[in-house]
Design a protein around this ligand. Structure first.
Ligand code: NAI
Length: 400
């Protein structure tokens, strides 16, 4: 029996809890620490039942009517007997779950970040310490689905399921990597097919939101004259060549970091770390009209149609950039600052990342970089390795 503890209370947590509960030989539970979500979910589910509708193009929808056995905010109750713990919650909430769960997790447990996002393994190693070495840690590059809850505590829907999902495993004590992957596959059902390969750090370095969003924000607004715009610019399809070049250079720095680490530790596989141009072709190939370079891949990507820059409206109906949006407030501390920290440990120069971080931290009133180093006053609220005293290559890679 797989006993899966799902952590979170949003869209992905609803779907994972319901889809998992419907699989043979799987029990799901939910731990949500946020506000009164556990109480509300329990009350609504007991009254209305719980179902997840899975839609797929050209097929009839499949409805799973299956409930998690408990929804609670009590980590001890939730973790008792759990064989696999799956985080399905934005990265800024991970620390709270790791802290609450630590006293109740048994060695041999599988911990999954679905998605883990940049620096997931640093938070696990930093907060769990020795316990992290005794568990198997997995991280995936995204959620298996595009999904949303339709009624909190009662219904959710899957709008699309990925054919495959890329991740990596760091083995502590048993189970071995294949068994851990099989265990998660059992919870998710046959699709998406889980593909785990290479080192966990490869997933962190390919947490691409952490550099796509800040690079495009920088490209569009770093020279802004302060005049409000008549309309919100298109975020992706309205990209200019300069912004594409910023992203390309940031991506070059990430790839150089992976290469430097593979040279320093030849048994570490970070070959999944690729330039954003290749990433776009892999992930969006069939939706891109012109694949020539990174600029055209973003400009002509149909999946991005209509997506706008985050803006705020002025009293006279015009628009100014919103630096309080997650493209900055999450993707800098839980994205680009994490990459910058890894590059530092790998000994790789990052002039482009530094420009973007320096500009962004000024806009947000934060300080991560100070005098060219990650020693600003807000570093403890980021997820860079340095924040957890991880400063050597071996420690960062979990080799020591
Ligand atoms: P969500 O936005 O539905 O998560 C909301 C949940 O986060 C809340 O219900 C609460 O449990 C928790 N939360 C919110 N604010 C909090 C706070 N201040 N403190 C503690 N907890 C708080 O997230 P969703 O859609 O489930 O996504 C989970 C992850 O998967 C995210 O990282 C998202 O970027 C990623 N993802 C989501 C996709 C989707 O279709 N929903 C698709 C691809 C990736």
């Amino acid at each position: 029996m797989v006993v899966a503890l799902i952590c979170g209370g949003g869209n992905g947590a609803h779907v994972t809890a319901g889809v998992g509960a419907a699989q043979p030989g799987v029990e799901t539970r939910v731990l949500t620490l946020y506000a009164d979500e556990a109480e509300r979910w329990t009350g609504i589910m007991n009254k209305k039942g719980f179902s997840v509708t899975c839609k797929a193009q050209g097929k009839d929808p499949v409805v799973h009517n299956a409930k998690p056995t408990i929804v609670t905010k009590n980590a001890a109750d939730a973790a008792r007997g759990a064989t696999i713990i799956v985080f399905v919650v934005p990265a800024f909430a991970h620390e709270q779950y790791l802290t609450e769960l630590k006293p109740h997790v048994k060695p041999g447990t599988i911990l999954v970040g679905l998605p883990g996002q940049a620096g997931f393994e640093f938070a696990v190693m930093g907060i769990w310490g020795d316990l992290a070495r005794q568990c198997t840690i997995m991280s995936f590059e995204s959620l298996p689905w595009a999904c949303r809850m339709t009624e909190f505590g009662a219904t959710a829907e899957v709008l699309g399921t990925k054919a495959s999902l890329v991740g990596a495993v760091q083995v502590g004590t048993p189970p071995p990597a294949e068994e851990a992957t099989a265990s998660l596959q059992k919870v998710l059902g046959p699709q998406p097919q889980l593909v785990t390969q290479g080192h966990l750090l490869g997933i962190t370095l390919m947490s691409t939101n952490g550099y796509i969003h800040p690079s495009i924000m920088y490209g569009r607004w770093h020279n802004w004259d302060g005049k409000a715009c008549d309309e919100a610019p298109l975020f992706y399809n309205g990209l200019d060549q300069f912004s594409a070049d910023v992203l390309s250079k940031t991506s070059d720095e990430v790839v150089a970091t992976a290469k430097a680490l593979m040279t320093q530790r030849t048994n570490v596989d970070l070959t999944k770390v690729t330039h954003m141009h290749d990433w776009y072709i892999r992930c969006y190939g069939d939706q891109i009209a012109e694949k020539k370079d990174l600029y055209t891949c973003i400009q002509t990507n149909a999946a991005y149609k209509g997506l706008l820059h985050p803006v705020e409206q002025t009293p006279d109906g015009k628009f100014v950039p919103n630096y309080g949006y997650r493209y900055m407030t999450e993707d800098i501390p839980f994205g680009l600052v994490v990459m910058r920290g890894i590059a530092d440990i790998a000994g790789v120069q990052t002039p482009m990342m530094d420009k973007v971080i320096t500009w962004a931290q000024g806009c947000m009133g934060k300080e991560y970089l100070k005098d060219g180093k990650l020693q600003g006053k807000d570093i403890m609220s980021s997820r860079c390795a340095q924040r957890y005293n991880i400063t050597s290559v071996d420690k960062m890679l979990g080799l020591k």
